[in-house]
Ligand binder design. Structure first.
Ligand SMILES: [Zn+2]
Length: 87
């Protein structure tokens, strides 16, 4: 027997956002990843269209780049890789 506390889906989502220093009342939560910073790529490709595997592939969100916040995205990895190739 555990003392595991049960949360509703809404409570759990809100707690997960707070764990990531996001607030569910905040209006710039990334709509692509719902604030998780991670997406499932159904084509098996990753954010840079590389081969990801033979099944659904999870990788960093290509909209917020992992921050979960559209107004404050992390660095665009794809853009950095293109710049690196050009130099
Ligand atoms: Zn995102």
């Amino acid at each position: 027997m555990t003392d595991e506390k049960r949360y509703s889906d809404e409570e759990l989502y809100s707690r997960c956002l707070r764990w990531r220093f996001l607030d569910d009342r905040y209006d710039s939560i990334c709509v692509d990843c719902n604030g998780s910073g991670i997406k499932i790529y159904s084509s098996t490709s990753t954010y840079f269209y590389g081969v990801g595997g033979c099944a659904m592939t999870h990788d960093v969100c290509d909209k917020c780049w992992g921050s979960g916040d559209e107004s404050n995205p992390f660095r665009n990895i794809k853009k950095l890789l293109v710049q690196k190739k050009e130099n």
